[in-house]
Design a protein around this ligand. Structure first.
Ligand code: FAD
Length: 437
């Protein structure tokens, strides 16, 4: 069999290489470190955790906890090494970062049919290939990706507004309308009185922001300004900008509110909404505190906080299939943060699917789409069906999963039911997969 090329031995590439090798398909794994560094990685080991040593919740009441369990059941290398090198962290799974990366590196080095090549890849190779070069993909390869996807479909910065679960929005306080009544009434509008606006404004301009990394300082020059920076230019900047009320009439008062925050549908299922124009660099705790001052969002569940950071990613809804295959080239797969999944575990999860599918293709089998009732499948579905014009990377969260047929009020119980359904669906899917392969 021809070897499958995997480019980048980060969270996604290491998992992809492992999954391919487990199916007895040879792998050529390219990693540029330590020969060439990124601005965030420090060493030469695989699957380096560039920041926190936490892989977040390990509990089945949390979507990323379910994702971990799904990955364990799919024989994930990342999960195996993380569990082996866990350090005490309450309900979270945190790891000894050095030991974790060393274990991933050793596991891949120990497989004879995995060839490891430490060099920067500057061309996308021929043959079955998984590109998993991450948010800090080297410049030379980024240029090639730009040419491949089309300039408008490759991004270098992630300037995202928070996304909230629709279920948590108080619909009695918001109204549905599009500006000037144009087209279908599409937006959820949170109306503010002058007093509410003034309180919100004060909180926003005095809130704490997260520090920008040295290599990220250029982001502000790219023309995407965080809401808190805009606010510091004066109240009018907001009232004539992202909070402008013009053309919006609250049907309950028959009047135009003093200010409006608009929410736009974020996924095709209509379970998630983003705050239009609210890209932000505020600390996460501050985002929760301040955005919950917006009428209707008092109890909003923020499933994805606003961020502004360096991130190379493709417009997956335009260019990728839910199998993680490139639409225009079936033997080219993408995985990791570059597909628009967000986070260590999510990146590894996408590598897991891309790896299984690349191996299947090498063995002459059809690539598969994971069920969307599973968290791993829901992420693949999200990144390939989200609105391409406003595509932003996404963490695992319950808003991506289809609702249960029955309504369960208690959150913990509901989440456990969703977990149960996900794991049952995964089992049935795996049984089917192995029965036919
Ligand atoms: P990576 O793990 O970065 O792996 C990509 C690999 O490809 C790297 O090893 C790189 O050296 C290699 N590579 C790049 N270009 C080439 C090339 N041309 N040829 C060969 N090799 C190449 N997520 C969290 O969950 N928690 C956090 O705390 C967190 N902090 C982050 C902090 C920063 C500064 C950044 C940038 C991201 C952070 N993330 C965090 C987001 C994300 O989860 C991680 O970046 C994660 O490592 C992504 O996995 P990946 O496999 O897609 O990329």
């Amino acid at each position: 069999k021809q070897p499958v090329n995997v480019i980048g031995a980060g969270l996604a590439g290491s998992e992809a290489a492992w999954q391919i090798a487990q199916r007895n398909v040879p792998v050529r794994l390219y990693e540029m470190r330590p020969v060439k560094r990124t601005p965030a990685h420090r060493g030469g080991d695989f699957a380096e955790l560039v920041c926190s040593n936490s892989l977040r919740s390990n509990e089945l009441t949390n979507a990323v906890g379910i994702l971990k369990e799904e990955m364990r059941r799919l024989d994930s290398l990342i999960m195996r090494c993380a569990d082996q090198h866990a350090v005490p962290a309450g309900g979270a799974l945190a790891v000894d970062r050095e030991a974790f990366s060393a274990a991933v590196t050793a596991a891949l080095h120990n497989i004879p049919h995995v060839e490891i090549i430490h060099e920067e890849v500057t061309e996308i190779p021929e043959g079955i290939t998984v590109v998993a070069t991450g948010p800090l993909t080297s410049a030379a390869l980024s240029e090639k990706l730009k040419a491949l996807t089309g300039e408008e479909y490759l991004y270098f910065y992630d300037a995202a507004a928070p996304i909230v679960e629709k279920e948590s929005i108080d619909m009695d306080k918001v109204f549905v309308a599009s500006r000037y009544g144009k087209g279908e009434a599409a937006y959820l509008n949170c109306p503010m009185t002058e007093e509410e606006f003034d309180r919100f404004y004060e909180a926003l301009v005095t809130a704490e922001t997260a520090p920008l990394k040295e290599f990220e300082k250029e982001i502000y020059f790219e023309g995407c300004m965080p809401i808190e920076v805009m606010a510091k230019r004066g109240k009018k900047t907001l009232l004539f900008g992202p909070m402008k009320p013009v053309g919006l009439v609250d049907p309950r008062t028959g009047k135009q509110p003093f200010a409006v925050v608009q929410l736009r549908q974020d996924n095709s299922a209509g379970t998630l909404y983003n705050l239009v124009g609210f890209q932000t660099h505020l600390k996460w705790g501050e985002q929760k505190r301040i955005f919950r001052m917006i009428p209707g969002l008092e109890n909003a569940e923020i499933v994805r906080y606003g961020v502004m950071h360096r991130n190379t990613f493709i417009n997956s809804p335009k260019v990728l299939k839910p199998t993680y295959q490139f639409r225009d080239r079936d033997d080219l797969f993408f995985a990791g943060q570059m597909t628009g999944v967000e986070g260590y575990v999510e990146s590894a999860a996408s590598g897991l699917i891309a790896g299984i599918n690349a191996a299947r293709l090498a063995m002459g089998q059809e690539p598969v789409v994971f069920p969307h009732e599973t968290v791993i499948g829901s992420l693949a579905r999200y990144i390939t069906t989200a609105d391409p014009d406003n595509f932003q990377p996404m963490n695992a969260n319950f808003g991506l999963l289809p609702p249960l047929p029955q309504r369960i009020r208690a959150k913990k119980e509901r989440n456990l039911k969703i977990a149960e359904r996900a794991l049952e669906r995964l089992q049935a899917f795996s049984d089917e997969l192995y029965a036919f392969s």
